[in-house]
Design a binder for this molecule. Structure first.
Ligand code: SOE
Length: 389
């Protein structure tokens, strides 16, 4: 029996629950090359952290991240805290010789992301690996879209339409949480969900964004502050507080091949709950992935006889589709949480093989440069061209 991989996770919010599900489930459905131990969960509030650690399957709970890093019996550190904590935690964990999985976006600024990428490159020389959690790459239909594009199914890519639409901030009374605080989240819709759209579009196409032209807007500039005890990460108080991030970000992007993309990220898209859509159009066909229909993929074959052309909607639930062999019979659907199990599977397999897992911190840094370029391009909004000139 090979030695187990012992994991420490820091953070216990929404992503903590999702990552715990991944660590718990992957070893039970996939034949991993090494056993996984959910050793310790780290969080600030002792009672909450201990209760959640037990509920989610962690052997121990701790309040002391440094003490956990000093332990010899921890191999992997999984960081699921808000973005402003990623940089210091990841660099400290890598310096302590731990492999790191860090939630997206990699950091809150391009400088932080560069330093993290450099630290990961140095750690790799010592056999220590780092990965960033762009989980949607591991939704089977998204992975399969990448495979079809790589096989030439759409031909030469000309256009990409990428959207990530949510509506949980459409209500102006939705409270101020850390995701609306620039000092904690870095940016709003852009970094929270636009980062996914950027990563997934680049992943599916195999292309890389070279240049952007963007626009950003904050529609609801003040929101209710939650009462003490209910607030998240330091926003507790009373009255209304300022929203310091964007509600909406959109941009044109030019890929390294010359293909063009339109990107839109918003948490005010009334009626859209979690619609991450990537449509890729080439000279031989087109493909559409939509997270709100995540077990299916739409494909248009432009080389078919003209009287038989049309988008085909196929279920990506066959055993030969990515990751599906481990799951259910055809047509028995997967959900949001499976991406986190697939992330653990891929990470554990890479670590056991001594390979660098992907997406790497260098990939996360590249996405951060795209986000930063969108913010610089949007600037103060003065780049709009008036129709009244
Ligand atoms: C909230 O907008 C959020 O949880 C993102 O932070 C996640 O990355 C995304 O997967 C779902 O939406």
């Amino acid at each position: 029996m090979p030695a187990p991989l012992r994991v420490a996770m820091i953070g216990n919010g929404f992503m903590g629950a999702a990552h715990s599900q991944g660590w718990r489930t992957a070893p039970r459905f996939f034949d991993l090359p090494v056993p996984v131990e959910m050793a310790v969960m780290v969080g600030r509030d002792p009672d909450k952290n201990a209760a959640l650690a037990e509920k989610w399957g962690w052997a121990e709970a701790s309040q002391d991240f440094d003490a956990v890093l000093a332990r010899d019996d921890i191999d992997v550190v999984d960081i699921v805290t808000p973005g402003h904590l990623h940089h210091d935690m990841a660099i400290a964990a890598l310096a302590a010789g731990k492999h790191v999985l860090c939630e997206k976006p990699l950091a809150n600024t391009v400088d932080e992301a560069r330093e993290m990428s450099e630290a990961a490159a140095a750690a790799a020389q010592r056999g220590v690996s780092a990965m960033v959690g762009f989980t949607y790459r591991r939704v089977p239909a998204a992975t399969f879209a990448r495979d079809l594009v790589a096989r030439g199914a759409v031909g030469e890519i000309r256009q990409v339409r990428a959207q990530y639409l949510q509506d949980w901030l459409a209500d102006p009374e939705a409270p101020l949480t850390w995701r609306l605080d620039k000092s904690k989240a870095g940016s709003g819709a852009l970094g929270d969900i636009g980062a996914h759209a950027v990563d997934l579009a680049q992943f599916i196409t195999g292309l890389s964004l070279d240049a952007v032209s963007g626009v950003m807007e904050t529609f609801v500039t003040e929101r209710p502050v939650l009462a003490a005890g209910q607030g998240l990460s330091g926003t507790a108080g009373s009255g209304r507080g300022a929203v310091t991030v964007d509600d909406f970000a959109a941009f044109y992007g030019r890929f390294d091949s010359g293909a063009l993309g339109t990107f839109e990220a918003t948490r005010l898209a009334t009626g859209r709950k979690n619609a991450l859509r990537i449509e890729v159009a080439g000279d031989k066909g087109a493909i559409l992935f939509d997270l709100e229909d995540m077990n299916a993929l739409q494909y248009y074959d432009a080389t078919a006889p003209s009287d038989q052309r049309g988008f085909t909607r196929m279920y990506v639930t066959e055993a030969e589709h990515p990751y599906l062999e481990a799951w259910w019979p055809p047509g028995h659907m997967l959900g949001y949480e499976h991406g986190f199990s697939h992330q653990v599977k891929d990470l554990v397999e890479a670590l056991a093989a001594g390979e660098q897992p992907t997406p790497s911190f260098a990939d996360g840094y590249q996405v951060q440069r795209v986000l930063d370029a969108v913010e610089r391009s949007a600037g103060d909004g003065s780049a709009w061209t008036s129709t009244h000139a």
